[in-house]
Design a protein around this ligand. Structure first.
Ligand code: ING
Length: 331
């Protein structure tokens, strides 16, 4: 067996007026609570640092820019470095979603995998499936979904990666994949990252599955009800919310099962601005598609479990093609 303690840090309501430092301190408190459970890896939601701002039509360029982290290295950003420093101190790896604006002016809905052991980001993923529209809704009262307006699609594809030393603590030089039993790097987990809407497209999961991915990490911000989003304008808010939960769990459970991998998902949830509801439902799911642990609230909450990565091995020997995998050039 290859046991690994993991956690999802579910983040409750964050408002348009919330103070960045306050929000970061909430993430750090969740990280510390997760570390208390023994978790060595903690997943934070998509766009974890601010409210879900693509729900607004923001005409003012400066206000829009205030929701982004500027520059390629998010660990150095004044809004975030305390979180990465704390992760390193606690020896806990973190996957964090945020709005990225590159130095050459491109905008992405991004997440990074930060290794506490290596004290740096191992790899970055930029959301590929951007939902919503370029233009705001005509109806001024509607809840917008303007990710196509504010972000560009990621161009790097779905690159599975090994995390050195996460399971057995030993830092290995080579990231050789599934050589003979004695080969270095064999025990390190093969991880893939998705963001929110990506989880609804089985191709994204499959590309990871074909690389032998054992653990998918997916942060999300999913609106609980917004008639124009769910396409059934005569639906009750309760029915829309129930549908949102059903479809969220459906795609997380079925794709974990069909790719024989574990998955962790972490929600930004609760009532943003005291009026815009996002679903919770953060959970840890096994390669059999069953939910191992799930959030009980729509607030800040740590969901944790100890998983045995060996449980997905049977599916990997036949399917996983390690030659497809990306390797960290610095390991
Ligand atoms: N949010 C939603 C999601 O895919 C959505 C968008 C909601 C699409 C409901 C379809 C139905 O969970 C993000 N941020 O992708």
């Amino acid at each position: 067996s290859r046991l690994l303690k993991v956690a999802a840090a579910q983040v409750g309501a964050v408002h348009r007026w919330s103070d960045r430092a306050d929000t970061l301190n909430r993430l750090i408190r969740l990280l510390e609570e997760a570390a208390q459970t023994g978790a060595l890896l903690v997943l934070f939601p998509e766009l974890a640092l601010t409210t879900f701002f693509p729900r607004y039509f923001i005409a003012d360029e400066n206000e829009l820019a205030s929701f982004f982290e500027h520059g390629e290295d998010v660990t150095g950003s004044k809004n975030t470095k305390k979180l990465f420093q704390r992760a390193h101190e606690l020896g806990v790896d973190i996957c964090v979603g945020y709005a990225e604006r590159t130095t050459d002016g491109h905008s992405y809905n991004t997440c990074v995998y930060y290794s506490a052991r290596l004290q740096r980001v191992i790899t970055k993923y930029r959301k590929s499936h951007l939902p919503g529209t370029q233009e705001p809704c005509k109806d001024p009262g509607a809840i917008n979904q303007l990710e196509k307006r504010y972000f560009e699609e990621g161009q790097e594809g779905f690159r599975a990666f090994r995390v050195p030393g996460l399971v057995d603590g030993a830092l290995k030089k080579s990231l050789s994949i599934d050589g003979d039993a004695s080969s270095e790097g064999r025990g390190d987990p093969i991880v893939g990252m998705l963001i929110c809407n990506d989880r609804r497209w089985s191709e994204a999961w499959r590309v990871y599955g074909l690389q032998g991915t054992e653990l998918i990490l997916c942060g999300y911000n999913t609106t609980a009800w917004a008639p124009h989003l769910h396409g059934k304008h005569n639906q009750s808010k309760e029915q829309s919310k129930a549908d949102a939960y059903f479809h969220h769990k459906l795609v997380m459970q079925s794709n974990s099962y069909t790719n024989s991998c574990f998955s962790i998902c972490a929600a930004r949830c609760g009532l943003d601005d005291d009026e815009f509801p996002l679903i919770g439902g953060s959970c840890i799911i096994g390669p059999d598609g069953r939910i191992i642990a799930e959030a009980q609230t729509e607030d800040d909450e740590v969901v944790f479990a100890e998983i045995d990565l060996a449980a997905c091995r049977p599916g990997k020997q036949t399917v996983g093609d390690p030659s497809l995998m990306w390797r960290d050039p610095e390991c």
